[in-house]
Design a protein around this ligand. Structure first.
Ligand code: RB5
Length: 145
């Protein structure tokens, strides 16, 4: 199950990336927003991040105007490793090295074609484990000061 959430700045791109996900057979839980009306990104990003953190959703995709606010908000939720990505290489590495469980995209930063490739890389790339697992564990221990 893929969690999807956006604010007004990410709404158009959210609808764009949702379609191929459904066509590829992914189950999608859409946490909104569902219009271009101005809203507050934490209201939509946090429930999606909580669903990923709890295991209810396997991965999550967040979209706001820049991707920045959504990524910062998501990373406040315990257990979330949200990578703010504007290129395919970073999306791939966010999985291989960081075991990212969410990505954040900027609706006014990446175009439709690039966004779809970023999402594919995020969903299709496996975590490499090994030395990266040790580092991920170190990162997650930062949640327990
Ligand atoms: C909304 O204007 C904008 O601030 C938001 O979409 C996001 O980009 C914040 O980081």
């Amino acid at each position: 199950m893929i969690a999807l959430a956006c604010d007004h700045g990410g709404y158009t791109l959210k609808e764009t990336v949702k379609k191929p996900l459904l066509e590829q057979g992914y189950e999608v839980r859409d946490f909104g927003t569902n219009s271009l009306d101005s809203c507050d990104y934490p209201d939509y990003g946090a429930p999606a991040a909580r669903a990923v953190a709890s295991g209810e959703c396997d991965r999550g995709i967040l979209i706001c105007t820049t991707g920045i606010g959504m990524s910062i908000a998501a990373n406040k939720i315990r257990g979330i490793r949200c990578a703010h990505c504007s290129d395919v290489y970073s999306a791939e590495k966010s999985r291989e090295h960081n075991d990212a469980n969410m990505i954040a995209l900027g609706g006014r930063v990446v175009g439709q074609g690039l966004a779809e490739k970023i999402v594919d890389a995020f969903l299709d790339t496996e975590f490499l484990g090994g030395r990266h697992a040790d580092r991920v564990q170190m990162m997650m221990e930062l949640e327990n000061p």
